[in-house]
Design a protein around this ligand. Sequence first.
Ligand code: ATP
Ligand code: MG
Ligand code: MG
Length: 463
Amino acid sequence: MELDRMDENDWKYHGEGNKSLVVSHVQHCRVLRLLKYPAEDSENPPQTAEQAFRQIQNIVDFTSNVMSCLLGEKFVHSGEVVRLPLEFVRQLSIKIQHQRPAWRCDKVMDIYSGCALCLPNLTSPTLHQPTPTPPLCIEIKPKCGFLPSPKHVSKDIKTRVCRYCMHQHYKVANGKWKRRSLYCPLDLFSGNRQRMHFAIRHLIEEPQNNLKVFKGGQCIYSSKEGSDESPDTNSLLHHLRPYFLRGNNRVNGHMTTKAVLNDFIQVLGNALLSAAGGDGGQVTDRTGEGRSFCEASLFNRERIRHGSQGLPTNNILSRILQTQMLDSLDIEGLYPLYCRVEQHLQDFPKDRTGLQIDGPYDQNFLEKVQKCSMEDDGSVEYAAAKVHQYRIAMTAKDCSIMVTLVPSGEEEDDDEENEKARAFSSSVSVLDLDPKPLDSVPRQLRLDQKIVSCYLRTGGTLP
Ligand code: ATP
Ligand code: MG
Ligand code: MG
């Protein structure tokens, strides 16, 4: 990529989240991830070009020095900051505007700084040989996979119903989504195949912003916020059918729709369970802790036939879960420590740098977080380390997993058991690993209170 000769016609709209907009190169397996600002600020960028550069460099550092160590470097791509010609960015923003979903247009793409994050395009893997059908990529935003400990929470419901399930009621009550999703992260993170199958099925039924499917680099399945219609599952199955015309589920040479869906979920579940970032083997079984079931999940516990499986230790889901669990005090237990840090920073503003509140996200930062003692000695260092841990956990609760399934060109074999596993080779990456700012802590506390009180008012009564 020659940065001085950029042409907007080489790039196309790829997707966006709440904080950034992504364009992909039409030929090379690259994406550019650009910052977004609230539309009110569009005439007046909230930060200078140098601050934008710093913000993106912070993302790169946080991803490579902190998240990559916690999640496993095999899964993480930190990318690099690039400076783009402003004219290119302006033309690009005009070109892609009409492809953006209306519900995302409360924010505009940053056209002032010329800075972006350049990453490999995870939905268009480089292929070593041609494949019969284009690669499939499934993006899952799994959200928080555990219940907080009763020690730190003021409302008992938080120890029984998971945050995602409570948040669903809040989102439906506020009109953000028309229907509640029956996906429960605790099922996905359980490591139990039946529960995982159940979770993935509900992600497909109501993807919201937790599931997207890409075929050959194009998004073919996702939800539209506030829309009355569910996404078209039949069209997804139509895309998937050619990938699953093997196996033992054929009825007179034709696979039922249900069989296509089951095979797809099974292949995806296998990919999630097999993705290990080091020596695997051991199993983390948390069922004994009584914190691994959410009362709002419709999965019937009695259906677990094969005892309790758990997640293999170095597995991607297990690494994400362990990182999420750095939030050991819950927002309620953390908030007083956040206040201690804030008070200290008001009294000693210069300590902001030494405490590494806004970075740099280097080795030293990671060590502070990993060596943080269990006991509160009343110091600001302890409080800052716990706040850092909480912010890292928030990143792990907000990240996405990208599963790539590359169909193998191999001939079919009669051995039906192994067929599905061999029909694809899979790989897994984690994306969206931005550090969360300090002021997200008080916002999280307010949101938590709203979600819990909404659930206590309406919980269980919504469809
Ligand atoms: P969120 O609102 O979830 O915090 P965000 O604004 O931080 O999102 P990302 O999730 O990083 O932005 O990117 C938005 C979307 O762009 C992703 O959901 C994904 O579909 C796509 N995307 C991001 N990075 C890549 C990549 N490296 N390769 C392919 N697609 C990507
Ligand atoms: Mg995202
Ligand atoms: Mg994000």
